[in-house]
Ligand binder design. Structure first.
Ligand SMILES: [Zn+2]
Length: 476
């Protein structure tokens, strides 16, 4: 296995969250009663003429900018002809030769290393309908509500070298769509699907091996399992003296295996030809520039900063990037000069917990990045303990009040005054003679108990490391 390298290319289909479908006024919405959102245009009845949804093109251009693509100011639409029951039109309008965007790249971080994955193209196309299978009925039924829903297809170069890289790439594509707010990204509703191309080659070999395409991969975890299964199948076949046939396979995620759908011999010939009912898509340069200005700070850039510049782990960086609130709070505190690790602990700990439990944004509370930074520096300066910090935090969620006032009001300042601590230590030692004897007889964990008692007696305000030293000096 280790002599081989896995080569993966991905084709990601994402449904765009436009109001209406790609070529008609039918509502673009999931979950409506079957066949209630159809019209002569999306059913391609004779004489019906499609009109292009310009918002869908804008969205494709925005994704193109986000993935560093060249945007084609002139692109074309073509008919992709195939016969399948979920496509009553018997063709799908897509883009064959000239897509809206091409030649881009997306940077991801895997195992601490930046990998730049090439983007071959992004084109617009319409979705097909959906087949419904019901055990009570001997056959299948068709729901055409999805027919004509706008899609972008993002095609990567075969630059991906492991299932982990594929997962990181897919996660970043999904996050980018979410940041741009152009797709609802609901995987369970099929808003994002992908086709996975897998081949293997001996390490050091230049030419690519023969690839197999896996269709209908409906989740990112299924893509990971599918890639691992397919690579293993191909390597075992080669090692046994066999050869890989180019074919299209179907991934069965329940069984955890892929099966042949069609081989090269019966590959589809889509007989692409220019769509005669639609005009050439022309996007003025000013429009292309204006759409670029609409981009927010992109998640791939944030991931790179968190992982490469700050050394945050992939899992934690993802938790930040996935949430606007968490990354905003983190970024603001970082720019105010707070220690990144301390901020990270608050953001992924107490702040995250508050947001989950209340369902509210942290920015709807009285906690600001300035106050969080102040709180962190007070804890770092040992003015208050971690436990007292939590009390302050809870107050800051509820009240518009400054931290010093809370500390005074609640008497939270940490006791670092030696005489005061000494008094507490003497009292605890007096009351716990048995524990002192235990410690002197070698039961070292009795020390922890004694310090604990001191903390309790001080209502958590004693400086714990000073307390420990004082106890030791008294009983040894
Ligand atoms: Zn329609």
């Amino acid at each position: 296995m280790n002599d081989y390298e896995i080569v993966v290319g991905l084709e990601v289909h994402a449904e765009l969250s436009t109001e209406s479908k790609m070529y008609c006024n039918c509502k673009n919405e999931f979950g409506l009663e079957v066949n209630t959102r159809v019209c002569p245009i999306c059913m391609a009845l004779p004489g019906a003429l499609p009109t292009l949804n310009k918002t869908a093109v804008d969205y494709a251009v925005m994704m193109g900018h986000a993935l560093n693509c060249k945007i084609n100011s002139v692109s074309k639409q073509d008919r992709k002809n195939y016969f399948y029951p979920d496509l009553p039109k018997a063709y799908q309008i897509s883009q064959a030769e000239v897509p809206v965007c091409e030649d881009g790249h997306l940077d991801i971080v895997v195992d601490g290393e930046v990998r730049s994955i090439g983007i071959t193209r992004i084109h617009i196309e319409e979705d097909a309908g959906k087949l419904l299978h019901d055990d009570s009925f001997d056959g299948s039924l068709v729901d055409c509500n999805r027919g004509g829903v706008p899609l972008i297809e993002i095609v990567s170069e075969p630059d991906i070298r492991s299932s982990a890289e594929a997962k990181a790439f897919l996660d970043m594509i999904k996050l980018t769509l979410q940041y741009l707010d152009i797709s609802d990204c609901k995987m369970q509703e099929g808003s994002i699907r992908c086709d996975v191309n897998v081949s293997v080659r001996k390490k050091g070999q230049k030419e690519f091996g023969t690839r197999c395409e896996m269709k209908n991969v409906n989740s990112f975890s299924a893509a990971v399992r599918g890639i691992e299964y397919e690579a293993k199948r191909q390597i075992e076949l080669i090692e046994a003296g066999g050869t890989i046939e180019q074919e299209t396979r179907r991934w069965d995620d329940v069984k955890g295996e892929s099966i042949t759908l069609r081989t090269k011999e019966d590959a589809h010939d889509y007989r692409y030809f220019p769509e005669p009912d639609l005009l050439t898509i022309v996007i003025p340069d000013e429009k292309i520039a204006e759409l670029k200005k609409r981009l927010p700070e992109l998640p791939s850039k944030k991931m790179l900063h968190y992982m490469i510049d700050l050394g945050i782990s992939q899992t934690e960086a993802m938790l930040l990037v996935e949430s606007d609130d968490k990354s905003k709070m983190f970024d603001e505190c970082e720019s105010l000069g707070a220690t990144p690790n301390a901020v990270l602990n608050w953001v992924l700990g107490d702040i995250s917990k508050y947001m989950n439990e209340s369902g509210k944004s942290i920015f709807d509370t009285h906690l600001t990045s300035e106050k969080l930074c102040e709180l962190i520096s007070l804890i770092e300066a040992k003015t208050i303990s971690n436990a007292a910090g939590r009390v302050v935090f809870e107050e800051l969620l509820q009240r518009d009040i400054d931290i010093k006032t809370i500390i005074e009001e609640k008497g939270l300042a940490q006791i670092s005054d030696k005489d005061a601590l000494l008094e507490i230590a003497r009292k605890v030692i007096e009351d716990n003679a048995q524990s002192v004897a235990d410690y002197n007889n070698g039961k070292t964990n009795a020390l922890g108990y004694l310090v604990g008692q001191c903390m309790k007696a001080s209502k958590g305000k004693a400086n714990p490391s000073m307390m420990k030293e004082l106890i030791l000096s008294l009983i040894e």
